[in-house]
Design a protein around this ligand. Sequence first.
Ligand SMILES: Nc1ncnc2c1ncn2[C@@H]1O[C@H](COP(=O)(O)OP(=O)(O)O)[C@@H](O)[C@H]1O
Ligand SMILES: [Mg+2]
Length: 261
Amino acid sequence: MARKIVITSGKGGVGKTTVTANLGMTLSLMGARVVLVDVDFGLNNLDVVMNVENKIVYDISDVLEGRCRVKQALVQAQDHKNLYILPSDGMKTVSAVTGQNLKAITENLSPLFDYMLLDCPAGVDAGFHRAVSCADEAILISTPSFSSLRDADKVVSMLKSYQLEKVSLVANRVRGDLVAVEKTLSPKDMESLLKIPLIGVLPDEDDVMLYGTGFSPNCRIGRAFRILARNVEENTRRIYDATARYSGFFGSIKRGLRRSV
Ligand SMILES: Nc1ncnc2c1ncn2[C@@H]1O[C@H](COP(=O)(O)OP(=O)(O)O)[C@@H](O)[C@H]1O
Ligand SMILES: [Mg+2]
Protein backbone atom coordinates (compact mmCIF):
# COMPACT_ATOMS: atom_id res chain seq x y z
CA MET A 1 0.00 0.00 0.00
CA ALA A 2 1.23 3.52 -0.79
CA ARG A 3 2.21 6.01 1.88
CA LYS A 4 -0.21 8.83 1.13
CA ILE A 5 1.43 12.18 1.84
CA VAL A 6 -0.33 15.49 1.33
CA ILE A 7 1.97 18.39 0.43
CA THR A 8 0.35 21.43 1.97
CA SER A 9 0.94 25.06 3.00
CA GLY A 10 -1.05 27.98 4.30
CA LYS A 11 0.10 30.56 1.80
CA GLY A 12 0.08 30.01 -1.96
CA GLY A 13 3.22 30.17 -4.09
CA VAL A 14 5.56 28.78 -1.44
CA GLY A 15 6.55 25.66 -3.38
CA LYS A 16 3.99 22.86 -2.92
CA THR A 17 3.90 21.88 -6.59
CA THR A 18 7.67 22.24 -6.88
CA VAL A 19 8.21 19.96 -3.88
CA THR A 20 5.58 17.44 -5.06
CA ALA A 21 7.29 17.16 -8.46
CA ASN A 22 10.90 17.05 -7.29
CA LEU A 23 10.36 14.90 -4.20
CA GLY A 24 8.37 12.49 -6.36
CA MET A 25 11.10 12.38 -8.98
CA THR A 26 13.80 11.84 -6.35
CA LEU A 27 11.89 9.05 -4.61
CA SER A 28 11.32 7.35 -7.96
CA LEU A 29 15.04 7.60 -8.78
CA MET A 30 15.68 5.83 -5.47
CA GLY A 31 13.58 2.94 -6.79
CA ALA A 32 10.14 3.69 -5.32
CA ARG A 33 6.93 3.55 -7.36
CA VAL A 34 5.41 7.00 -7.07
CA VAL A 35 2.16 8.65 -8.13
CA LEU A 36 1.61 12.40 -7.95
CA VAL A 37 -2.02 13.45 -7.67
CA ASP A 38 -3.03 16.99 -8.59
CA VAL A 39 -5.70 17.87 -6.04
CA ASP A 40 -5.15 21.62 -6.45
CA PHE A 41 -8.18 21.70 -8.75
CA GLY A 42 -8.56 25.47 -8.93
CA LEU A 43 -4.94 26.21 -9.91
CA ASN A 44 -3.85 22.85 -11.29
CA ASN A 45 -0.37 23.02 -12.79
CA LEU A 46 1.41 19.84 -11.75
CA ASP A 47 1.14 18.58 -15.36
CA VAL A 48 2.92 21.71 -16.59
CA VAL A 49 5.68 21.51 -13.99
CA MET A 50 6.14 17.82 -14.86
CA ASN A 51 6.14 18.65 -18.57
CA VAL A 52 3.39 16.14 -19.41
CA GLU A 53 0.51 18.44 -20.36
CA ASN A 54 0.61 17.26 -23.98
CA LYS A 55 0.35 13.61 -22.95
CA ILE A 56 -2.92 13.97 -21.00
CA VAL A 57 -5.89 12.04 -22.39
CA TYR A 58 -8.09 11.74 -19.28
CA ASP A 59 -8.09 13.54 -15.93
CA ILE A 60 -9.58 13.01 -12.47
CA SER A 61 -13.01 14.30 -13.52
CA ASP A 62 -13.17 11.65 -16.29
CA VAL A 63 -12.50 8.99 -13.65
CA LEU A 64 -15.10 10.46 -11.29
CA GLU A 65 -17.73 10.62 -14.01
CA GLY A 66 -17.07 7.10 -15.25
CA ARG A 67 -15.53 7.92 -18.65
CA CYS A 68 -12.38 5.94 -17.87
CA ARG A 69 -10.75 3.78 -15.23
CA VAL A 70 -8.26 5.41 -12.89
CA LYS A 71 -5.29 3.57 -14.44
CA GLN A 72 -6.18 4.97 -17.86
CA ALA A 73 -5.92 8.52 -16.53
CA LEU A 74 -2.37 8.05 -15.23
CA VAL A 75 0.34 9.76 -17.25
CA GLN A 76 3.88 8.44 -17.08
CA ALA A 77 6.51 11.10 -16.38
CA GLN A 78 9.08 11.71 -19.06
CA ASP A 79 12.20 9.53 -18.55
CA HIS A 80 10.98 8.01 -15.26
CA LYS A 81 9.43 4.60 -15.50
CA ASN A 82 8.31 4.51 -11.85
CA LEU A 83 6.72 7.95 -11.75
CA TYR A 84 3.12 8.73 -12.73
CA ILE A 85 0.86 11.75 -12.57
CA LEU A 86 -2.90 11.78 -12.08
CA PRO A 87 -3.80 15.18 -13.57
CA SER A 88 -6.85 17.34 -12.95
CA ASP A 89 -8.62 19.80 -15.17
CA GLY A 90 -9.35 22.93 -13.15
CA MET A 91 -12.98 23.89 -12.72
CA LYS A 92 -14.18 20.88 -14.71
CA THR A 93 -12.81 18.69 -11.92
CA VAL A 94 -14.09 20.85 -9.05
CA SER A 95 -17.69 20.31 -10.04
CA ALA A 96 -17.27 16.52 -10.19
CA VAL A 97 -15.35 15.90 -7.00
CA THR A 98 -16.40 15.21 -3.41
CA GLY A 99 -14.23 14.17 -0.48
CA GLN A 100 -15.60 10.66 -0.69
CA ASN A 101 -15.11 9.97 -4.37
CA LEU A 102 -11.58 11.41 -4.22
CA LYS A 103 -10.83 9.07 -1.34
CA ALA A 104 -12.15 6.15 -3.38
CA ILE A 105 -9.71 7.02 -6.20
CA THR A 106 -6.73 7.23 -3.86
CA GLU A 107 -7.67 3.91 -2.23
CA ASN A 108 -7.89 2.37 -5.67
CA LEU A 109 -4.42 3.52 -6.67
CA SER A 110 -2.77 2.77 -3.35
CA PRO A 111 -1.86 -0.91 -3.96
CA LEU A 112 0.01 0.01 -7.17
CA PHE A 113 2.49 2.42 -5.59
CA ASP A 114 4.89 2.94 -2.69
CA TYR A 115 4.20 6.66 -2.43
CA MET A 116 1.28 8.88 -3.32
CA LEU A 117 2.02 12.62 -3.10
CA LEU A 118 -1.07 14.86 -3.10
CA ASP A 119 -0.44 18.40 -4.36
CA CYS A 120 -2.85 20.35 -2.14
CA PRO A 121 -4.42 23.77 -2.78
CA ALA A 122 -3.28 26.67 -0.58
CA GLY A 123 -5.45 27.82 2.31
CA VAL A 124 -7.78 25.93 4.63
CA ASP A 125 -10.95 25.75 2.53
CA ALA A 126 -12.86 22.74 1.20
CA GLY A 127 -10.03 21.76 -1.18
CA PHE A 128 -7.60 21.52 1.71
CA HIS A 129 -9.94 19.31 3.75
CA ARG A 130 -10.67 17.11 0.74
CA ALA A 131 -6.95 16.54 0.15
CA VAL A 132 -6.00 15.99 3.79
CA SER A 133 -8.82 13.51 4.37
CA CYS A 134 -7.24 11.23 1.72
CA ALA A 135 -3.78 11.27 3.34
CA ASP A 136 -1.98 9.41 6.15
CA GLU A 137 0.80 11.98 6.51
CA ALA A 138 1.35 15.66 5.78
CA ILE A 139 4.38 17.67 4.73
CA LEU A 140 3.91 21.36 5.39
CA ILE A 141 5.87 23.73 3.16
CA SER A 142 6.80 27.19 4.38
CA THR A 143 9.28 29.82 3.34
CA PRO A 144 11.01 31.85 6.08
CA SER A 145 8.73 34.86 5.47
CA PHE A 146 6.45 35.88 8.35
CA SER A 147 3.31 35.74 6.21
CA SER A 148 4.08 32.19 5.11
CA LEU A 149 4.82 31.13 8.69
CA ARG A 150 1.67 32.71 10.06
CA ASP A 151 -0.49 30.88 7.51
CA ALA A 152 1.47 27.68 8.11
CA ASP A 153 0.69 27.94 11.82
CA LYS A 154 -3.03 27.98 11.02
CA VAL A 155 -2.59 24.87 8.91
CA VAL A 156 -0.76 23.11 11.75
CA SER A 157 -3.81 23.75 13.98
CA MET A 158 -6.20 22.46 11.31
CA LEU A 159 -4.12 19.33 10.76
CA LYS A 160 -4.52 18.45 14.45
CA SER A 161 -8.16 17.58 13.84
CA TYR A 162 -7.10 14.76 11.48
CA GLN A 163 -5.69 11.43 12.64
CA LEU A 164 -2.47 11.80 10.62
CA GLU A 165 0.46 9.54 11.42
CA LYS A 166 2.98 12.29 10.80
CA VAL A 167 3.10 16.04 10.16
CA SER A 168 6.52 17.41 9.18
CA LEU A 169 8.00 20.68 7.99
CA VAL A 170 9.99 21.53 4.87
CA ALA A 171 11.63 24.97 4.87
CA ASN A 172 11.71 26.12 1.25
CA ARG A 173 13.53 28.97 -0.51
CA VAL A 174 16.06 29.24 2.29
CA ARG A 175 18.68 31.93 1.58
CA GLY A 176 21.88 30.58 3.15
CA ASP A 177 23.61 33.94 2.67
CA LEU A 178 20.96 35.70 4.78
CA VAL A 179 20.71 32.95 7.40
CA ALA A 180 24.51 33.10 7.85
CA VAL A 181 24.29 36.76 8.90
CA GLU A 182 21.00 36.33 10.80
CA LYS A 183 19.04 38.54 8.44
CA THR A 184 16.29 35.96 8.09
CA LEU A 185 14.84 33.17 10.21
CA SER A 186 16.78 29.93 10.04
CA PRO A 187 15.05 26.60 9.35
CA LYS A 188 15.60 25.71 13.04
CA ASP A 189 13.79 28.96 14.05
CA MET A 190 10.93 27.96 11.75
CA GLU A 191 10.79 24.53 13.38
CA SER A 192 10.63 26.10 16.86
CA LEU A 193 7.85 28.47 15.82
CA LEU A 194 5.68 25.83 14.17
CA LYS A 195 6.50 23.04 16.64
CA ILE A 196 6.58 20.27 14.05
CA PRO A 197 9.71 18.29 13.07
CA LEU A 198 11.86 19.72 10.30
CA ILE A 199 12.63 17.07 7.66
CA GLY A 200 13.83 19.21 4.78
CA VAL A 201 15.69 22.41 3.96
CA LEU A 202 15.58 23.51 0.33
CA PRO A 203 17.75 26.41 -0.78
CA ASP A 204 16.43 29.23 -2.94
CA GLU A 205 17.88 28.21 -6.32
CA ASP A 206 16.80 29.02 -9.87
CA ASP A 207 17.81 25.46 -10.84
CA VAL A 208 14.57 24.25 -9.30
CA MET A 209 12.73 25.40 -12.43
CA LEU A 210 14.79 23.12 -14.67
CA TYR A 211 12.78 20.11 -13.55
CA GLY A 212 11.35 19.35 -17.00
CA THR A 213 14.80 19.30 -18.56
CA GLY A 214 16.28 17.61 -15.47
CA PHE A 215 18.76 19.30 -13.16
CA SER A 216 22.27 17.97 -12.75
CA PRO A 217 22.40 15.37 -9.96
CA ASN A 218 25.09 17.24 -8.06
CA CYS A 219 23.57 20.70 -8.03
CA ARG A 220 22.64 22.08 -4.60
CA ILE A 221 18.87 21.79 -5.00
CA GLY A 222 19.27 18.19 -6.25
CA ARG A 223 21.32 17.32 -3.15
CA ALA A 224 18.79 18.99 -0.83
CA PHE A 225 15.95 16.99 -2.42
CA ARG A 226 17.92 13.76 -2.03
CA ILE A 227 18.40 14.42 1.70
CA LEU A 228 14.68 15.18 2.04
CA ALA A 229 13.71 12.01 0.14
CA ARG A 230 16.01 9.89 2.33
CA ASN A 231 14.47 11.43 5.46
CA VAL A 232 10.99 10.58 4.17
CA GLU A 233 12.06 7.03 3.26
CA GLU A 234 14.11 6.25 6.36
CA ASN A 235 12.23 8.37 8.87
CA THR A 236 15.40 10.30 9.71
CA ARG A 237 16.04 14.03 10.10
CA ARG A 238 19.32 14.85 8.35
CA ILE A 239 19.37 18.49 7.39
CA TYR A 240 20.89 20.18 4.34
CA ASP A 241 23.11 23.06 5.51
CA ALA A 242 22.18 26.02 3.31
CA THR A 243 24.71 28.27 5.07
CA ALA A 244 27.81 26.09 4.48
CA ARG A 245 28.95 27.85 1.30
CA TYR A 246 28.48 31.28 2.90
CA SER A 247 30.69 30.71 5.95
CA GLY A 248 34.32 31.76 6.37
CA PHE A 249 36.39 34.11 4.19
CA PHE A 250 35.28 32.82 0.76
CA GLY A 251 31.73 32.57 2.09
CA SER A 252 31.68 36.30 2.80
CA ILE A 253 32.74 36.99 -0.81
CA LYS A 254 29.93 34.71 -2.06
CA ARG A 255 27.46 36.57 0.20
CA GLY A 256 28.56 39.85 -1.35
CA LEU A 257 28.21 38.42 -4.87
CA ARG A 258 24.74 37.02 -4.16
CA ARG A 259 23.56 40.38 -2.85
CA SER A 260 24.77 42.12 -5.97
CA VAL A 261 22.80 39.91 -8.44
N1 LIG B 1 13.55 26.39 -3.71
C1 LIG B 1 13.16 27.25 -4.64
N2 LIG B 1 14.05 28.11 -5.22
C2 LIG B 1 13.65 29.00 -6.17
N3 LIG B 1 12.39 29.09 -6.63
C3 LIG B 1 11.46 28.28 -6.10
C4 LIG B 1 11.78 27.31 -5.09
N4 LIG B 1 10.64 26.64 -4.77
C5 LIG B 1 9.66 27.14 -5.53
N5 LIG B 1 10.13 28.13 -6.33
C6 LIG B 1 9.37 28.93 -7.32
O1 LIG B 1 8.28 29.54 -6.65
C7 LIG B 1 7.15 29.62 -7.53
C8 LIG B 1 5.93 29.02 -6.83
O2 LIG B 1 6.17 27.63 -6.62
P1 LIG B 1 4.98 26.57 -6.67
O3 LIG B 1 5.60 25.24 -6.44
O4 LIG B 1 4.16 26.74 -7.90
O5 LIG B 1 4.14 27.02 -5.39
P2 LIG B 1 2.69 26.51 -4.89
O6 LIG B 1 2.42 25.20 -5.54
O7 LIG B 1 2.83 26.41 -3.41
O8 LIG B 1 1.72 27.57 -5.30
C9 LIG B 1 7.54 28.90 -8.81
O9 LIG B 1 7.91 29.85 -9.77
C10 LIG B 1 8.74 28.05 -8.39
O10 LIG B 1 9.64 27.82 -9.47
MG1 LIG C 1 0.79 24.64 -6.79
